[in-house]
Write a protein that binds this ligand. Structure first.
Ligand code: MG
Ligand code: ZN
Length: 214
């Protein structure tokens, strides 16, 4: 078997389980988001800020994916929200099997909104369906405005782009209009929010968008 054939078979098997996950998530009344970004762009911070705004309006749970440690799960746990940590032990993305197994620990909990925080990586998470309702990609202003052009697959496959750390714009060479134009050149229907998890700018707009989906 060629390498390409092996890779295709892995993805086919993944998609099969992802579809079963999606059916199960929907049957249990959950809306599920797969959060993708580079390391340090603010996935966990965004989840924390979203929980702070929405925890009295809906039942939220989180699946955390990391190569090592349960540090992110500890941050979510501190907010009193159900969380399961997946440690991938080196793998640079989550797959549908890992999410299926992690969800077993949440299956008896009433959940409306499930966040799946992927491993920090803009490349292979784009290819792996986990059974989510939508992918959300986050980039921070410190990463530069060329990222949508350099990693087009994840921008193509996501429904929402969050541009984080906009409070740092005065100190950076990053042009936010360039990020937006580059992102829309790859995915014209991408919904874009400009946020800062430090100053909370834009967080309410993002949360209102989430609420409008229920
Ligand atoms: Mg994180
Ligand atoms: Zn990977």
């Amino acid at each position: 078997m060629s390498l390409i054939t092996v890779e295709r078979k892995i993805l086919e098997k993944n998609d099969e389980i992802a579809n079963i996950n999606r059916e199960k998530f929907r049957f249990n009344g959950m809306f599920t988001m797969n959060l993708v970004s580079s390391p340090g762009s603010g996935k966990t911070s965004l989840i924390e800020q979203t929980i702070n705004v929405l925890k009295h309006k809906m039942k939220i749970a989180v699946i955390e994916g990391d190569v090592q440690t349960n540090l992110d799960a500890q941050r979510i746990d501190a907010l009193g929200v159900p969380v399961v940590q997946i440690v991938t032990n080196g793998s640079c993305h989550l797959d549908a099997m890992l999410v299926r197994d992690a969800y077993q620990k949440l299956v008896n909990i009433d959940i409306n909104l499930l966040f799946i925080e992927n491993v920090g990586n803009l490349v292979c998470p784009a290819a792996y369906d986990l059974g989510e309702d939508m992918k959300v990609v986050i980039i921070s202003t410190t990463e530069g405005d060329d990222k949508p052009l350099k990693y087009p697959a994840i921008f193509h496959n996501s429904r929402v782009l969050l541009i984080n750390k906009i409070d740092l714009l005065p100190y950076l060479k990053c042009n936010i209009d360039t990020i937006i134009n580059n992102a829309h050149s790859i995915n014209p229907s991408l919904k874009i929010f400009e946020v800062s998890c430090s100053t909370r700018e834009g967080i309410d707009e993002w949360c209102n968008y989430l609420l409008s989906r229920f």
